[in-house]
Ligand binder design. Structure first.
Ligand SMILES: CC(C)(COP(=O)(O)OP(=O)(O)OC[C@H]1O[C@@H](n2cnc3c(N)ncnc32)[C@H](O)[C@@H]1OP(=O)(O)O)[C@@H](O)C(=O)NCCC(=O)NCCS
Length: 213
């Protein structure tokens, strides 16, 4: 996805003119514009609430009981900006990119909110191009990592991809990102390719991964 030039990641290559660049996936040219289904946000809201109550896709019991999933809204932008910077540094998406993403066509973003503090401690996004789902990003605030939040968010994306009728769910991940690789592999994603120098200027390769929705 092409960088909008205002802070979106320079390492992304997939193209979607209507939002930020995916960290997770998006083969070039697979997303005809305008194919996104209408009304994904309300569906997403229902799905997130359902997921919260339904342990099928959740992380092991007890690890995420203190977190609920809900749709992201503009009021979350401050927290999202902070987490972006903490998690992705120079590759952080800008506030404008984040705002576009959470409301963008074909996008479905979900946040993990700590029940006690009410703070956002994680977020993830899916892009549905009419055929497949693309994991745009997954992030857990550093102090909330290792509690199953990432898995809970990823499972919510997968649930939603299934609801949309997606065939596969795709993503890309830095070959040296061990926590993310483990998260994705534990969730059933398999490597199917390697993109040389996908992440620039670091010149780090990406694994492309996929699983059936
Ligand atoms: C990747 C990330 C989202 C995982 O979030 P998390 O909430 O800590 O993940 P979970 O607690 O649900 O753990 C999911 C799996 O990842 C593994 N994992 C989490 N942190 C890990 C670490 N530091 N090293 C190795 N494995 C790790 C867990 O062991 C778990 O596997 P398990 O079920 O076998 O125990 C988080 O590390 C993060 O935000 N990283 C920075 C942003 C990023 O790189 N995102 C992915 C690219 S888009």
């Amino acid at each position: 996805m092409t960088s909008p030039g205002d802070g979106a990641p320079a390492d992304a290559t997939a193209a979607a003119a209507d939002g930020a660049a995916p960290r997770g996936a998006a083969p070039q040219g697979t997303a005809p514009q305008g194919t996104a289904p209408q009304g994904t946000a309300p569906e997403g809201a229902a799905s997130a609430a359902q997921h919260d109550a339904d342990p099928r896709g959740a992380a092991p019991a007890g690890r995420t009981a203190d977190v609920l999933l809900r749709p992201l809204v503009d009021a979350d932008l401050d927290a999202l900006e902070d987490m972006e910077e903490a998690l992705f540094g120079a590759g952080a998406w800008s506030r404008a990119s984040l705002a576009e993403e959470i409301a963008g066509p074909g996008r479905w973003y979900v946040g993990a909110q700590d029940r006690a503090s009410g703070e956002l401690v994680g977020y993830a996004g899916l892009w549905f191009d009419g055929y497949d789902g693309q994991v745009m990003t997954v992030g857990t605030r550093p102090d909330a990592q290792g509690r199953g939040v990432g898995r809970m968010l990823l499972d919510a994306l997968l649930d939603h991809a299934r609801e949309l009728g997606a065939g596969d769910v795709l993503l890309e991940v830095r070959v040296d990102n061990e926590p993310a690789l483990r998260l994705y592999e534990r969730a059933g994603f398999e490597r199917f390719g390697r993109r040389k120098g996908y992440y620039q200027p670091e010149n780090v390769d990406a694994w492309t991964m996929r699983r059936k929705a």
